[in-house]
Design a protein around this ligand. Structure first.
Ligand SMILES: *[C@@H]1O[C@H](CO)[C@@H](O)[C@H](O)[C@H]1NC(C)=O
Ligand SMILES: [Zn+2]
Length: 504
């Protein structure tokens, strides 16, 4: 029998997956994981390329399921539009260890079809991505036509969508949410929900305006935790009524997390939840900076009060309340008056007005390094396997990518998507600077933060695309492909076949 020649070997790593931590070597053939064997097993094997991980962690590539790139329509906040394109957003992703992104394909309130939104977004992404990619449909108008297109979405490999309980340009009524959830259940589509009470935010905003309190920090005041808590509970009730799983995205409030926990454990409901680094590292005080500076950290929901809130969310990650730790990458230029944060500085509001500040911050590249750096200093925050689970495996399962993504299963089951980190205890501590990043944004909200981990190598379907100690970015534009997704493999309905959906 001819000697097997591998395309890539990764040796001397500590392989961390959701299920185990082992000193094993990994062999890659073509785009797939061929074998995972005890350390040293491939000593005599032939390989075209060998990476010596030198004791560093080797993990399945990150999946960032919450990305807004080139969100030019609909315009949610004055004139703001995302500064990243699919090209720059996915470039930034791979340089931080993320190999698959799921971005939004936005349908505006004035169009009936979802398929047009999908086609438009696909055309923007095709041939320009550095990472693999898919889309969530962002449903702004659940028209009869849009609802009838759900099976077509599935046939095109799209199995998730996002809806909003806030933002005038996108907000759905509870009635419309029921329509969406019902069709989502029929077609095994995962629904992501942005849960904030819109009227409460509008009311609070008017009260602040009446007192001429317009600085960036009042964005946080206008989006109080109760707006999130109430909408989270309402979303859970609507989901329970229809008997369909949902994912509550970017949860920031510990009380909202408790509400989710109670639904999961006391009512046994398939309620999934996501949190993001901004809710683990930033507080509302980051919005309270001299002049307009605080606008850099304006996102919705806003970062909450104090480190006690962070601690509660870390606990929720450890104990399974949060299924997913995502980036919610939604970057706007800071120093820009045509599409960026400063579009809200006008003749009428020379100091800006919080309600017109584009909501969102960049974070796809910093997500994994920030979290791993925190775990280097405080390992008790989150076990490493949970880190892999919430940043890679669970998103793969929830969004129908598993086990092709989110795992390192041999025999050609999983794609060879890998991120290899520096051996513990990591790099000499250094301060994060925006110049180190590969997005198109002119700032990072984490400027100056001390980190000690970074993706050392990123491998996308068997090819090295990022080599931090070498040339850096080696991946090429267009190397990422669209990945077709199936239904979620996480737990689904509770009442099961008790209802006949078609006769409902
Ligand atoms: C798990 O985390 C959630 C969210 O922070 C919290 O409400 C709950 O009390 C935690 N449960 C335990 C047993 O720690
Ligand atoms: Zn959102």
């Amino acid at each position: 029998m001819a000697e097997q020649v591998f395309d890539l070997l990764i040796i001397n790593g500590v392989v961390v997956t959701t299920d185990e931590t082992r000193e094993v070597d990994i062999a890659v053939i073509g785009e797939k994981i061929a074998a995972v064997e005890d350390r040293g097993s491939f000593k005599n094997a032939q390989a075209k390329k060998i990476i010596d991980a030198e004791g560093g962690w080797v993990m399945p590539g990150g999946i960032s399921n919450h990305m807004q790139v080139h969100l030019q329509e609909p315009q949610l906040f004055g004139k703001g539009s995302s500064c990243d394109t699919f090209e720059t957003g996915t470039r930034s992703a791979i340089c931080g260890g993320t190999t698959t992104i799921i971005a939004f394909a936005p349908q505006s309130k004035t169009e009936n079809s979802l398929l047009d939104a999908l086609a438009r977004t696909y055309a923007k992404a095709e041939g320009t991505c550095y990472s693999d990619y898919s889309f969530h449909l962002l449903v702004g108008n659940p028209s009869e036509q849009a609802l009838s297109e759900f099976p077509i979405l599935r046939s095109k490999g799209i199995s998730s969508l996002k809806i909003y309980m806030t933002y005038e340009a996108l907000q759905l009524s509870d009635y419309q949410i029921l329509d969406v959830l019902f069709e989502a259940r029929r077609h095994r589509i995962t629904t992501l929900i942005h849960a904030e009470n819109n009227d409460l935010i509008l009311w609070m905003t008017r009260k602040l305006e009446e007192r001429n309190l317009l600085a960036p920090k009042y964005h946080a005041t206008s989006h109080p935790p109760l707006a999130e808590i109430e909408a989270t509970y309402r979303a859970i009730c609507l989901s329970e009524f229809i008997d369909v799983p949902i994912l509550l995205v970017h949860v920031s409030s510990p009380t909202a997390a408790e509400t989710i926990r109670a639904a999961q454990t006391e009512r046994n409901l398939p309620i999934y939840a996501e949190t993001c680094p901004q809710y683990l590292f930033l507080t509302k005080h980051d919005l309270d900076k001299p002049g307009f500076e605080g606008a850099r950290c304006v996102c919705s929901p806003p970062p909450r009060d104090s480190p006690a809130d962070h601690a509660a969310l870390w606990r929720g990650l450890s104990n399974g309340t949060f299924t997913i730790l995502s980036s919610d990458h939604c970057p706007f230029l800071y120093d820009d008056t045509t599409t960026g944060k400063k579009t809200c500085i006008t003749a009428q509001h020379p100091q800006g007005h919080f309600k017109y500040i584009p909501n969102g911050i960049p974070g796809v590249e910093t997500r994994l390094p920030l979290i791993l750096s925190a775990l280097t200093t405080s390992p008790s925050l989150l076990p490493l396997q949970k880190f892999v689970q919430t940043t890679s495996t669970n998103p793969a399962k929830l969004y129908g990518l598993y086990p092709r993504k989110g795992a390192l299963l041999p025999g050609g089951v999983s794609d060879a998507d890998l991120v290899i980190w520096y051996p513990p205890p990591g790099l000499e501590p250094f301060e994060l600077r925006n110049e180190m990043l590969h997005h198109a944004c002119d700032y990072t909200p984490y400027e100056g933060k001390v980190v000690r981990q970074w993706a050392r190598w990123t491998v996308l379907r068997g090819r090295v695309v990022w080599e931090r100690d070498g040339v850096g970015l080696v991946g090429r534009k267009g190397e990422g492909v669209f990945v077709e997704r199936g239904g979620s493999s996480l737990r689904g309905r509770v009442r099961g076949e008790e209802w006949e959906v078609r006769g409902f």
